[in-house]
Design a protein around this ligand. Structure first.
Ligand code: CTP
Ligand code: MG
Length: 236
């Protein structure tokens, strides 16, 4: 079964508020998106990578690898993240059969561990639907009213935080995202689109340090995680 990676990278990073979209900011010496790209270029079971970029993006050519060791396809991103993913899925027509796999991973998650990507592929390859990396919730969760007061404590025993990468059958994910779009329903991850059409994705435990860089303070965290990791692998 072929596997392609899809990297939605067409966001503007408004919450971070930097001068350029966050995927092009440097962490641990390289643009965020290059840490992501490296992980997918290195995993041997992945045949190619589709990257969705914002229309008018002029930063990608500045950082793009000159001779990547597998195909890297650039596709136009859309208004929302799910539009960018759907655009990449549509661009893969002819490259994948409907039961082949796609693995979607945010450009904004530079700390994905290669072994977690490998573990996801191991755990999901025999599933009929697909699955996502996730971590169990560790904090105590509160429900709030509009005035900022606690109305309930939500038991966390069965709660997980969904991360990316998320791995799904190509045809199923495309149909599910098309369905969400025509229903006008905003889906914030691939699993949500697949759940909406009645399927049950698998949860695969990942690492809590696979953070999404969202606010400025996350850059500091991402830098510390990557420097620590590369420092300790350099010592081995
Ligand atoms: N993304 C995308 N297309 C969009 C919006 C987002 O490909 N129309 C991508 C982002 O580039 C990012 C990932 O989806 O890699 C997760 O989105 P998010 O963290 O929300 O990034 P931004 O949309 O860039 O940030 P913000 O919401 O703060 O503007
Ligand atoms: Mg966004």
């Amino acid at each position: 079964m072929a596997i392609w990676a899809i990297i939605p990278a067409a966001g503007r990073g408004q919450r971070l508020g930097a001068l350029r979209p966050k995927q092009y900011l440097a962490v641990a010496g390289r643009a965020l998106i290059l840490h992501v790209l490296d992980c997918f270029l290195t995993e041997p079971r992945i045949s190619g990578i589709a990257i969705a970029l914002a229309p008018g993006d002029r930063e990608w050519p500045e950082v793009a690898p000159v001779e990547p060791r597998k195909p890297v396809l650039i596709v136009p991103g859309g208004r929302d993240r799910s539009d960018s993913v759907l655009s990449a899925l549509n661009a893969l027509t002819g490259k994948l059969e409907k039961d082949d796999w796609v693995i979607v991973h945010d450009a904004a998650r530079p700390c994905l561990r290669p072994e977690d990507l490998g573990h996801l592929i191991d755990m999901v390859s025999n599933d009929s639907v697909g699955g996502v990396l996730a971590v169990p919730v560790v904090d105590t969760l509160k429900r709030a009213d509009s005035g900022g007061h606690i109305t309930a404590t939500v038991p966390r025993k069965e709660l997980w935080r969904a991360l990316t990468p998320q791995m799904f059958r190509y045809g199923l994910l495309q149909a599910a995202l098309l369905e969400s779009r025509s229903a006008g329903s905003l889906v914030t991850d691939e699993a949500m689109a697949v759940e909406r059409v009645g399927y049950v994705p698998r949860l695969v435990e990942g690492s809590a340090d696979n953070i999404k860089v969202t606010h400025a303070q996350d850059l500091v965290l991402a830098e510390a995680i990557l420097l620590h990791r590369h420092g300790s692998s350099a010592k081995q």
